[in-house]
Design a protein around this ligand. Structure first.
Ligand code: ADP
Length: 621
């Protein structure tokens, strides 16, 4: 198994790879037996040859002496034969170990040399120890074995000499030499033992290292597998989240359309002559539908933020106006409670900052809405202060304080989680979904700000947002299409392009109630035709319609308009509520964007903004 951790040079580099090590071991054993040992053997016999020749020289006579010449020939031929035998006959796991066999034969060839050399000196016998020393490298047992072998062979040789040449018997010397050979052989064998121990230790270390590497590899593989699984799970989660967001976007669109009918019809009913009891019922249904709509918006917002789909749309904003607007919105809710609502903005606050007005307003309204909801009497106040200022930016603090029920310290950490309410009992006094603060928190994070809270049960709560906003230059007022006529008595002419019959009736009735003159068409194509025939002060254009949608219809109306001529005001009236939907409307040439469900007051405000004419809001809303 190739190691993932080390990719060494197959011949030399360090490795713990078992297969590679085995391969290397085999090839180095082959080199040892077929090259190194024959070379050492040849060197040994060459030394013997040299000794034989030297001895011949020192004893005078012809050179080379014939016996020495014979020995040299035998030695060299033997060394050559041994090398060839090993070179071509060596097999690593053969039944007969050729290398070992030749070590035995060596001893007898050495004896042949000894027989010649010891004529001068018996101590040449010690040369036989060379074979024991050789074997020490193979370990203790082999060295010990060769120690015994060499001693016995020498003694056997001595017996043979004493029998064949009694004059050279010299038994006392030979026995002494044999004992010394034996003792030295023992010593060499023991030194082999030390070598063997060291080698074993190295082997053990290698084995342990190999086991560690294998363990690490397995762990790495397990981690890799885990990473793949996690990646898969992450992708599945992302897909699920995307599916959830798409589902919510579609659902919310589908819910908004009938909600427009419900809210609009309820609004129309409220403004019709009703008995007080009927009034109460209609108001209840209107309130419930509004709450439902708020919930849909919250769920959609949160899912969009979580999916990273909510993009801020910063623009130059009149901060004072925005704050006042937020307080005005809350005033309607606070009206029924004995609460004083206050709003304080630091005097030196520059007029314009760069911010997403919709989202900033949403933050303030959510916090104040909670403050009013959880305060039965006392006060709720919004304060905007400057904490830091540079030439380009402002460090602002938006504080919302109330004198309400407060929040227990243990609950403070969890109130920013989605669907969390401190009072989760079924007998809850205050309505809500538990999404408001989660949205405030996420939005604040998205804006790079910080949301904090401090609260005391029974005393009140203080929520504040620290936000850094860029300063913006005072803008020239946006060039709005000039009102067709300044005469406020002349009613506003409206073209309503809407395919849904219920919404048609509801918006038509609302517009009529506002005193507008309204033409209604069912699709974009009809809208284009009507716009070509008559000039309307304002066109309310649904985006999704059969035959031709509102986007295409707007494009065509714009294409028909002369550059210097009058320009129709076209306002989208759609159930799509995403910022991208608004952008698309603006891109095709619409002037404004109203999301369903739409209220009479929104219609009225839009008409007034774009035509400069006050409608006749005979409505109580
Ligand atoms: P909800 O829709 O329930 O208001 P929020 O996320 O806005 O959901 O708030 C979560 C919970 O935090 C609330 O249910 C309430 O228990 C607590 N809370 C939030 N604002 C206040 C406040 N101003 N005073 C007391 N409790 C608050």
């Amino acid at each position: 198994m190739p190691s993932a951790l080390s990719t060494p040079d197959p011949d030399t580099g360090f490795t713990l790879d078992a297969a590679l090590l085995e391969q290397r071991k085999a090839s180095s054993a082959r080199r040892l037996h077929t090259v190194q040992i024959p070379a050492v053997r040849a060197a040994g016999f060459a030394v013997l040859c040299a000794l034989a020749l030297v001895q011949g020289v020192s004893s005078g006579g012809v050179f080379p002496p014939p016996e020495a010449a014979r020995l040299v020939t035998i030695n060299l031929l033997y060394a050559l034969a041994a090398w060839l035998l090993l070179r071509y006959g060596y097999r690593p796991n053969a039944r007969v170990d050729l290398s070992l066999l030749l070590f035995h034969v060596d001893v007898f060839v050495w004896l042949l040399n000894l027989h010649h050399l010891e004529q001068k000196n018996l101590f040449f016998a010690y040369f036989l120890l060379v074979r024991v020393v050789d074997q020490a490298g193979f370990g203790f047992r082999r060295a010990l074995y060769f120690g015994h072998l060499v001693t016995l062979v020498y003694l056997g040789y001595s017996v043979w000499v004493s029998m064949t040449e009694p004059a050279r018997a010299l038994w006392s010397d030979r026995v002494g030499i044999a004992v010394i050979i034996y003792l030295l052989a023992l010593y060499f064998a023991i030194s082999g033992l030390v070598t063997e121990r060291l080698r074993n230790r190295t082997r053990q270390a290698m084995r342990a290292a190999r086991a560690a590497v294998v363990g690490l590899e397995q762990k790495a593989q397990a981690l890799e597998a885990q990473a793949v699984e996690l990646d898969l799970a992450r992708r599945q989660a992302e897909q699920a989240s995307l599916a959830k967001s798409q589902f919510l976007a579609v659902t919310s669109h589908e819910i908004r359309t009938p909600m427009n009918g419900i809210l609009g019809a309820a609004e129309l009913l409220i403004n019709s002559p009703l008995t007080p009891e009927q009034q109460r019922y209609v108001r209840t249904s209107h309130r419930s539908a509004t709450a439902l709509l708020g919930l849909i918006d919250d769920v959609l917002d949160l899912s969009r933020i979580e999916a990273g789909k909510l993009a801020l749309n910063p623009k130059s904003v009149d901060l004072r106006a925005l704050v006042t607007e937020a307080v005005d919105l809350i005033e309607i809710t606070a009206r029924d409670k004995p609460i004083t609502l206050s709003c304080k903005v630091e005097k030196r606050l520059p007029r314009r900052v760069l911010a997403d007005p919709t989202r900033l307003r949403q933050l303030l309204v959510n916090l104040m809405h909670n403050a009013v909801k959880f305060t039965d009497h006392g006060s709720v106040g919004l304060e905007v202060t400057i904490r830091a200022e540079t030439a380009e930016a402002l460090g602002l603090r938006f504080s919302v304080r109330d004198t309400g029920i407060g929040i227990a310290p243990d609950d403070l950490a969890s109130i920013f989680d989605a669907f969390t309410q401190v009072d989760g009992t079924s007998t809850r006094r205050h309505g809500g979904s538990g999404l408001g603060l989660a949205i405030v928190k996420e939005l604040t994070d998205l804006m790079g700000g910080r949301l904090q809270v401090e609260s005391r049960v029974g005393v009140g709560s203080h929520f504040w947002i620290d936000l850094t906003l860029e300063k913006a230059a005072d803008e020239a007022p946006v060039a709005e299409p000039a009102p067709a006529e300044d005469d406020e008595d002349v009613s506003v002419s409206v073209l309503l392009a809407e395919d849904d019959p219920v919404n048609q009736i509801v918006v038509l009735e609302m517009l009529k109630m506002l005193g507008c003159e309204v033409d209604v068409v069912d699709d974009g194509e009809a809208a284009c035709r009507s716009a070509a025939l008559a000039r309307y002060d304002i066109v309310f254009m649904d985006c999704h319609m059969p035959v031709m949608d509102g986007y295409e219809a707007t494009r065509r109306i714009r294409a028909e308009e002369q550059p210097a001529g009058a320009r129709s005001v076209i306002v989208a009236l759609t159930a799509d509520s995403l910022a991208s939907d608004r952008d698309r409307c603006m891109q095709v040439g619409m002037d404004d964007f109203l999301t369903k469900p739409v209220s009479t007051s929104q219609l009225s405000a839009t008409i007034e903004r774009w035509t400069g004419r006050r409608t006749n809001p005979a409505t109580q809303w």
